[in-house]
Design a binder for this molecule. Structure first.
Ligand code: NAI
Length: 319
């Protein structure tokens, strides 16, 4: 991580994801302009960031080498887009997931940016060809999709438009590394990118298993949190195959037929509604009632666990 004055970035939209990005960039020593159309949102975001940074510093989990006070002083709010982007080397858009709104914002940026700044979107679902086609600065455009909460879960999926310059991808990759995130490159765009495709594959089989009466919703979740998830926090599914036999070739020799047999018993895509939805919803609400108070408390608990895991991973890497 770098000391202050590493450069200036702009975060567009100061909601859940924008706040996190602002903190991550400031942790890397970057000056951050936090732009929003709603002044009150910026004020609330800055209050939140200041409090979070102090708490992170106390718990030893503040990113980077600068103090919380110094990092916070690197972030300033702005409600004028032209002023916000002046002198910026990277712009991270974090507005609501609405295609027309995002297209409008990138259209506005296209008119005011120079030929060097990188224009990046946090979108979880919108493909680069939908967002960036036709822009004069399309070569400088990329999706950098974070995972919530980005402060503890470092993965960022980089998804280029077919006309994105390779140097835009390389520079974004280097920047993400510099601020302590873990970027992966998608070579081409695909619906759901990679993280959500994997996530949906798991969700849909989970749904079918509960729906077919094989397991209860609570036990299904335990299979992941106390089973698969334990190793997936450290090694991915492909390396798991490699290690669970005498290498990948041996794994395929041993388990190919069995895997294909089981995979052929997977059912169709669920409709995520009706009786099974009610059953799963009821089971989830028994543990965490679906009101803001309980959900927020459980989210805070989740973030504390993720913070502990991030700490552990950091310790293990430095050993
Ligand atoms: P949010 O609703 O919390 O925040 C959106 C912010 O954008 C608000 O502060 C709003 O005032 C501001 N805004 C609205 N119109 C604007 C405009 N024209 N110019 C500037 N700011 C404007 O949304 P959230 O959850 O932070 O999501 C932002 C993006 O991040 C979305 O594209 C979403 O798909 C993506 N994302 C969200 C994740 C999540 O778990 N929430 C995870 C990964 C990506």
């Amino acid at each position: 991580m770098e000391p202050a004055q590493a450069g200036q970035v702009v975060v567009i939209g100061s909601g859940l994801i924008g706040r996190s990005w602002a903190m991550v960039f400031a942790g890397g020593g970057f000056r951050v302009k936090l732009y929003d159309v709603v002044q009150q949102q910026i004020t609330t975001a800055l209050e939140y960031i200041s409090k979070e940074m102090k708490e992170l510093e106390k718990s030893g989990m503040l990113k980077g080498t600068l103090s919380a006070e110094k990092q916070f002083s690197l972030i300033s709010g702005c409600t004028d887009l032209k002023t916000a982007v002046e002198g910026a080397m990277f712009i991270q858009e974090c507005t609501p997931e609405k295609l027309e709104l995002k297209k409008k914002i990138f259209g506005q940026l296209d008119l005011i940016v120079n030929n060097d700044v990188i224009l990046s979107s946090s979108t979880s679902t919108l493909l680069p060809t939908k967002l960036f086609t036709g822009l004069k600065h399309v070569k400088q455009c990329i999706v950098a999709h974070p995972v919530n909460p980005p402060y503890y879960v470092p993965l960022v999926e980089l998804v280029p438009h077919p006309e994105t310059e390779p140097s835009t991808v390389d520079k974004t990759h280097a920047l993400m590394k510099k601020i302590g995130q873990s970027p992966v490159r998608l070579i081409k765009e695909i619906d759901g990118f990679v993280l959500n495709r994997l996530q949906y594959a798991v969700i849909s089989e989970a749904w079918r298993l509960v729906g077919e009466g094989v397991i209860s919703p609570a036990d299904l979740d335990l299979v992941m949190s106390d089973g698969l998830g334990m190793r997936y926090a450290f090694i991915g599914p492909l390396e798991t195959m490699h290690l669970n036999a005498e290498g990948m070739t041996n794994y395929c020799e041993r388990y190919r037929e069995g895997m294909i047999h089981v995979l052929n018993t997977f059912g169709p895509v669920p409709d995520f509604s009706g009786e099974i939805e009610q059953q799963i919803s009821q089971a989830m609400s028994e543990k965490t009632p679906a009101d803001p108070e309980h959900l927020n408390a459980r989210r805070a608990g989740r973030d504390e666990c993720l913070m502990g895991l991030a700490k552990l991973k950091k310790q293990m890497k430095s050993n």
